[in-house]
Design a binder for this molecule. Structure first.
Ligand code: PEP
Ligand code: MG
Length: 911
């Protein structure tokens, strides 16, 4: 049999062989160590074992063929570079073995330091460390060597052999107690020698074997442990939360140890090339003399600001500063750095593009443009809508120790403080007296609208991110925490209990709509300067607020780059006006059912329950002027911009009296012998209309086709308002939108009637009125080619499309079981929040393609909640929609993301 030819896989890279772009293979840490090595920075020599090797090991439970030999070869060159052998009894080379995945997973995986120490090499290390020969140094060197050895046994035991970490901690505490101290540094060499013996006994007890003395065996076992730590439970959970793919594997870095704990001329620190909190230029970091990295993390001693290093060791300080400038120029971004100084010699142990706050992200991107390091496209790429959204909400100043009493879902961001009220009416009353109130309900419904408008924030114990409270609050830009189920709310008694405390009406609470946390009492709040800028209250040219200047600059570039227009969802003139200040280019969804709440509800109820044409006509006649006035206000605010008005789409039950209540009233009245003929008739009508699944019932176009005159009244109100505006010099651009269409025949029927009314009303004053439809029923998406024959535009209702595409009731499922779906990783984020590209997104894609094929000039937009979600905006850009429409507060976010999508996918075309 012919020998099978095998090409040996390269599993190990010397630092000199890698570079920063090889993160898939070498992990972030390894790729950046290689990059620094190639830049000529002083990185301790070492090598990286690839993620491929890890994946192969995890698949089979064994090191892949060739790995052991490659490690041996790279270890040999490392030994040569250092002039020492691993674990040599006379002068040992020691190495660290560190994980390093493509994406940073802080603290999730394992590290073993000081590999190569054993009973003999510990002596050699002590001799070499005390090289100067003086007595004090020799004593210190002994201590250092034994301390390093006990650290190895501890880390190796815990990480590689699963010895419970507390056992080592207890032994260390015992040693300190015996010495009468609480400080590790008071333990001398003899104490530490004793501790090493104790640690070895612990190791033997738990593993049934002696601590391995063979250096290469230590190394191999440590590498294996790092591979295996990829699948440690905490790493798996972290990845799922952060949406990091599970199959990437980790690389392993084997690096020559350098020591910051060899005396006062040694130390360790971290440095940032700019302030990661504010983005300000300067030198930021911490330094700890005579210490190793873990000591900084453990907080055993207090660090000093990095600037102090200048006094302690000017040469190393200057050298560090020059490397920091070099790295920043090279990475063209904020870098964070870990370094160690060993007896006056600076070593760079790690660098990466550093994490930063949302404010710093904008400020730094702006600075880097000024410094000529990046262009504006790149600046746009470096920030994102989630960061902008964070900056648009007032924030709690949590410096004082405030402890949350409950945590719900952060349904609409912001920080709100106010007196607790339990009914919409009370909210309105107290707000009228000038009080800030928080409306607390189990869940809200459309009748709470006035209370929601009056309140500073809304807190519910049920519901999720797309329940009524959440969607309406987001629409208003109002803080909302929903589903805080630790709250036991008693509406009749006007109180709730939580964490053993009772909160009654008038008590003050603070709610954080970003984190979902609820606090008792008043937490101080700061307003957002970014909102002040969008509102036109802060002039970016005049202010010296670096954040506002940077946001202005990047937003202007996003607007110039983007292809998607951004509209808003608004039903009131006030919302329309604010959205316009925030940059909205029209209204993409005016939900007219929101105009029928409050006093007008009763008129709708009369309309729905009308027994004859006379009653119906009367109700419609009363509604027409009210509606017309609404539209006049909105067209005025949106002068010259398109306004999509959607014909009424209420789930019926929201406009009918509650069935149970009505039945009880009738029964009680009958009991008393009262005349209940009218109530009985009403009850019979409500019973007739009662639905098991109102979301799938008589709503949208179906209601318009069943109740004569309803849509006609609305169309007339829209067109009459447009004519009135046009006559007064305003330019109205109305677009009439039909909801819940599933078949072209439905749309054709409504359209025919609408066209008759438009022709009649615009006879003397021409106004162009478009007629289009929502695409929110899967059947509509799948028959979009036919529907486009009757529609001048499509607007995707991705809330209903998600509800009906997945069969998820949008008001129930998030609170009910999504936590489990998220936990199982069935999806990483609720499909109501971010578009499900593969399923619901596919329906959008099909409808866009088939709609445009049938009618090339068809306008396409989206008005579901996804229109303001950063990731979804990118998807809508890719699919080729003309606009997204979202709540006023998300308009700037959508503008920014539409710009980012354009520079990312269209490349140089957009510059
Ligand atoms: C939708 O379904 O996405 C939509 C915008 O309509 P509504 O949320 O009013 O049902
Ligand atoms: Mg809908």
């Amino acid at each position: 049999m012919a020998a099978q030819e095998t090409v040996e896989h390269k599993y190990v890279y010397d630092f000199a062989e890698g570079n920063k772009d090889l993160k898939d293979l070498l992990g972030g840490k390894g790729a950046n160590l290689a990059e620094m090595t190639n830049l000529g920075l002083p990185v301790p020599p070492g090598f990286t074992i690839t993620t491929e090797a890890c994946k192969a090991y995890l698949a089979t439970g064994e090191e892949p063929d060739g790995l052991a030999d490659q490690i041996a070869a790279h270890l040999a060159s490392l030994e040569q570079a250092m002039g020492k052998r691993l674990g040599d009894p006379q002068d040992p080379l020691l190495v660290s073995v560190r994980s390093g995945a493509k994406f940073s997973m802080p603290g999730m995986m394992e590290t073993v330091l000081n590999v190569g120490l054993n009973d003999r090499s510990v002596q050699g290390l002590a001799r070499q460390a005390g090289g100067s020969g003086d007595q004090a140094a020799a004593g210190g060197a002994d201590r250092f060597a034994w301390d390093s050895y006990r650290r190895l046994i501890q880390m190796f035991g815990k990480t590689v052999c699963e010895v419970p970490g507390e056992e080592f901690e207890h032994a260390l505490d015992d040693a300190k107690r015996a010495k009468g101290t609480r400080n590790d540094l008071d333990l001398d060499a003899d104490d530490l020698r004793g501790l090493v013996d104790a640690y070895k006994r612990i190791f033997l007890k738990h593993t049934g074997r002696e601590f391995p003395q063979e250096p290469r065996e230590q190394l191999d076992l440590a590498i294996r442990a790092v591979f295996e730590s990829w699948n440690a439970e905490r790493a798996v959970v972290y990845r799922r939360q952060e949406r990091i793919p599970a199959d990437l594997g980790t690389a392993v870095n084997v690096v020559a140890m350098v020591f910051g704990n060899l005396g006062s001329d040694s130390g360790t620190g971290v440095a940032f090339t700019r302030d990661p909190a504010s983005g300000a230029q300067g030198i930021y970091g911490d330094y700890l003399a005579n210490a190793q990295g873990e000591d900084v993390v453990a907080g055993i001693r207090n660090t000093v600001p990095l600037q102090e290093l200048e006094k302690l060791d000017k040469t190393s300080y200057d050298e560090l500063l020059s490397y920091m400038a070099r790295l920043e120029g090279h990475y063209k971004d904020l870098c964070d750095i870990e370094f160690t100084i060993e007896r006056g010699k600076l070593w760079m142990l790690q660098t990466r593009v550093g994490k930063r706050t949302a404010a710093a992200a904008f400020v730094i991107a702006g600075q880097l443009v000024d410094e000529g390091l990046i262009d504006l496209d790149e600046a746009l790429h470096r920030v994102n809508g989630a960061q902008l959204a964070q900056l648009m909400f007032p924030r709690f100043q949590l410096d004082h120790e405030f402890q949350p009493v409950a945590k719900g879902i952060g349904a609409s961001p912001g920080a709100a403080v106010g007196k607790v009220v339990f009914t919409s009416a009370r909210a309105v009353e107290l707000a009228a007296e000038g009080e800030d109130v928080i409306l607390v309900r189990r869940e809200t419904n459309p009748d709470d609208l006035n209370g929601m408008i009056a309140a500073k924030g809304i807190l519910t114990s049920r519901g999720g991110k797309t329940s009524h409270a959440a969607v309406v609050a987001r629409g208003m830009g109002k803080t909302c925490v929903s589903g805080a189920d630790e709250l036991d709310i008693n509406i009749p008694q006007r109180k709730f209990t939580v964490a053993g405390q009772t909160v009654t009406e008038g008590d003050v609470v603070s709610i954080d709509g970003t984190t979902g946390k609820v606090y008792l009492g008043e937490v101080p709040v700061m307003p957002s300067e970014v909102v002040q800028y969008f509102e036109g209250e802060l002039d970016p040219e005049q202010t010296d607020d670096a954040l506002v200047k940077a946001v202005h600059r990047i937003m202007s570039h996003a607007d110039a780059a983007r292809r998607l227009a951004v509209r808003t969802n608004a039903d009131t003139a006030a919302d329309a006006a604010r959205a316009r200040r925030f940059g909205a280019q029209g209204i993409g969804l005016c939900r007219t059912e929101h105009m029928f709440l409050g006093d007008r509800r009763e008129l709708v109820e009369r309309l729905i329950l009308a027994r004859d044409e006379k009653e119906r006509e009367a109700a419609l006649g009363a509604l027409l002027p009210l509606q017309r006035a609404d539209f006049v206000e909105i067209f005025r605010e949106m002068d010259g911009l398109p306004v999509t008005v959607r014909l009424i789409d209420p789930p019926l039950h929201e406009f009918l009296p509650p069935l149970e209540q009505l039945a009880v009233n009738v029964a009680v009245a009958q009991e008393r012998g009262e005349d209940v003929a009218q109530e009985e008739a009403l009850l019979a009508a409500v019973r007739r209309m009662h639905e098991q699944n109102p979301m799938l019932g008589l709503r949208g176009v179906r209601l318009g086709l069943v109740i004569p005159g309803l849509f006609a009244m609305q169309v007339r109100a829209i067109v009459e308002a447009a004519v009135e505006c046009a006559k007064s010099g305003v330019t109205p651009r109305p677009e009439i939108m039909v909801p819940l269409v599933g078949a072209v025949q439905e749309l054709e029927t409504v359209r025919a009637e609408a066209e008759r009314i438009i022709a009649e009303v615009t006879r003397e004053q021409p106004v162009e009125v478009l007629i289009g439809t929502m695409i929110e029923v899967p059947r509509a998406a799948l028959t979009a080619g036919q529907i486009a024959e009757a529609a001048q535009f499509f607007s995707f209702g991705t809330n209903d499309l998600t509800q009906m595409g997945w069969g998820f009731s949008r008001d129930d499922v998030e609170g009910a079981f999504f936590w489990r779906y998220l936990e199982l990783g069935i999806f990483g984020i609720s499909p109501f929040e971010s578009i499900d590209r593969d399923g619901v997104g596919r329906l959008v894609r099909i409808a866009a393609e088939e709609g445009r094929a049938a009618r090339p000039e068809l306008k396409l937009g989206v008005c579901g909640e996804h229109g303001g979600d950063p990731d979804s905006v990118h998807f809508f850009h890719e699919v080729g929609l003309d606009y997204v429409s979202c709540s006023p507060f998300r308009v700037p976010v959508a503008r920014l993301e539409a710009g980012r999508a354009a520079v990312e996918t269209d490349g140089s075309d957009s510059r």
